[in-house]
Design a binder for this molecule. Structure first.
Ligand code: SAM
Length: 261
C-alpha cells in the first residue's frame, strides 16, 4: 500500500514517483545480505521498498516527520524506524564490526550539512540524491570551478563519484532544479584526517577568500614551515585554495595548526 501524505515544504519533501529511478538509485548502492542499511528521509518509502527487496541484514530508517514515521512503521513492520533529525544522529556510534551503507534522497535544505557529518563520522559507503549543483560540487576535481570547501571536506574522507542525473519531473511536488545521484567510498583509515575540527576550520577559512592567493590568506600564520610545505607539495603561495587537493589541505593544516585560531 502507498503511504498517503501531504508534502511539507519546510522538510524539503519532494517525493520520488518513478519506480525505475528508485530501483536504479538503490541498485547503485550494491546491497548484499551482510549489509546494514540506513536510509535518511525515507518519506513515503519510494527507495525503502527496493532496499528491503535486496534483503540486507538490517534496515534502519531515520525520518524527522512525526506523521510519516508511524506510517512507515505500519507499512514496513520488518524495519526499524527512528523518528529523529538526521542532523542530531551520532554516526560515530555505529558498530564498526558491521557493514554499514547509507542511502537517501536528501532534503535539499539540509543535504550538505547531513553529508558533511556522515562523511566525517561514519565509515559507510553512501548513495545520495541531492540538488544537481551540490552533486557537481561534491564530486569536483581540485582546480575546477565547482571545487570548494565541501568538495575538500567530503573528499578528505571518501572518494566521490557522480552516478546520474534525475529530472524534476519524476518528483511530486516538482522541485525547481535537476538532481544528481552521487556515491561515497570511504577512504582507508590511514588516509583520513585526524584533527578534524581544526581541518574544518582551515578549509572554511581558506574558502572564505576563494579568489585570494594562499600567501595573502595565510599571512598571519606564515612561517618557514608554510614555505617548505609549498615547495614539498609542488605548490606556490600564489596558488588559490581551489588548487589544493584534500591531502594538501591536510598537510597544510599540520604545518599551520599551532598558529591557527
Ligand atoms: N526518500 C523519499 C523519496 O525519495 O521520495 C523522500 C525524499 S524527500 C526529498 C526528503 C525526506 O527527508 C522527507 O521524507 C523529509 O521528511 C525527510 N527529512 C527532512 N529533514 C530531515 C532531517 N533533518 N532528518 C531526517 N529526515 C528529514
Amino acid at each position: 500500500m502507498q503511504i498517503r501524505h501531504r508534502a511539507k515544504k519546510s522538510l524539503g519533501q519532494n517525493f520520488l514517483q518513478d519506480a525505475n529511478i528508485a530501483r536504479k538509485i538503490v541498485d547503485s548502492l550494491r546491497i548484499t545480505e551482510n549489509d546494514c542499511i540506513i536510509e535518511i528521509g525515507p518519506g513515503q518509502g519510494a527507495l525503502t521498498r527496493h532496499i528491503i527487496e535486496a534483503s540486507p541484514e538490517r534496515v534502519m530508517l531515520i525520518e524527522k516527520d512525526r506523521d510519516l514515521a508511524p506510517a512507515l512503521e505500519a507499512e514496513f513492520p520488518e524495519v526499524e524506524v527512528i523518528q529523529e533529525d538526521a542532523l542530531k544522529f551520532n554516526w560515530e556510534d555505529l558498530d564498526p564490526a558491521k557493514n554499514w551503507k547509507i542511502i537517501g534522497n536528501l532534503p535539499y535544505n539540509v543535504a550538505s550539512k547531513i553529508m558533511w557529518d556522515v562523511a566525517a563520522q561514519s565509515n559507510a559507503t553512501c548513495v545520495f540524491m541531492v540538488q544537481h549543483e551540490v552533486g557537481l560540487r561534491i564530486t569536483a576535481d581540485p582546480g575546477s570551478k565547482k571545487y570548494g570547501g565541501i568538495s575538500v571536506w567530503i573528499q578528505s574522507f571518501c572518494r566521490t563519484e557522480y552516478i546520474f542525473k534525475v529530472p524534476p519531473t519524476v518528483f511530486k511536488p516538482m522541485p525547481k532544479v535537476d538532481s544528481a545521484v552521487i556515491k561515497f567510498f570511504p577512504r582507508p583509515a590511514e588516509e583520513k584526517p585526524i584533527d578534524i575540527k581544526g581541518l574544518a576550520k582551515l578549509i572554511k577559512y581558506c574558502f572564505q577568500y576563494r579568489r585570494k592567493q594562499l600567501g595573502k590568506i595565510l599571512k598571519s600564520f606564515m612561517s618557514d614551515c608554510v614555505v617548505e610545505w609549498a615547495e614539498k607539495e609542488g605548490r606556490t603561495l600564489k596558488d588559490r585554495p581551489e588548487a589544493l587537493s584534500p591531502l594538501q589541505f591536510q598537510s597544510l593544516y599540520k604545518c599551520v595548526k599551532n598558529d591557527f585560531p
